[in-house]
Design a protein around this ligand. Structure first.
Ligand code: FES
Length: 140
């Protein structure tokens, strides 16, 4: 596997949160999150999703310290939409029925690699493109 596309060790991906990373497409950067199923079924698969809610697409799910995960689902803290970790399906909330945008990754030798052809791996953590001085949108 191409070491430039290695995102993280599988053990670094939490089962009770998310791991934020940044993708690069030329000069453009986008954030994505890794999730690990880690269920009682023994399914320890890793999935990656673009880091924005399907209700308001300018709302990040993971703001840098991991998105909240409740009962195996990623929670958007703005209006409490929940997304299945494995499918990206919104099971509850204002965007119920919508899916998170997936990012192709694979696991090799206990590490997660980016396989999405259109992007390069930029690094772990936020893209740095966010205006932290603003509280963002207000209201529903
Ligand atoms: S912005 Fe995520 S539920 Fe409204």
């Amino acid at each position: 596997m191409d070491e430039d596309r290695r995102i993280a060790a599988v053990s670094e991906v939490p089962t009770d949160g998310t791991l934020l990373f940044t993708l690069r497409d030329g000069f453009d950067r986008e954030e994505a999150i890794l999730v690990r199923l880690g269920g009682e079924s023994g399914d320890d698969a890793i999935h990656a999703w673009k880091n924005y809610c399907q209700h308001w697409t300018d709302v990040r799910l993971d703001k840098g310290s991991g998105a909240a995960v409740r009962e195996g689902e990623v929670l958007c803290q703005r209006h409490a939409a929940t997304f299945e970790k494995g499918s990206g399906l919104c099971t509850h909330g204002p965007c119920e029925g919508a899916y998170l945008e997936d990012v192709a990754v694979t696991v090799h030798d206990d590490a997660v690699y980016l396989t999405e052809a259109d992007y390069e791996f930029d690094g772990l953590g936020p893209s740095g493109d966010h205006d932290l001085s603003s509280g963002g949108r207000i209201g529903f």
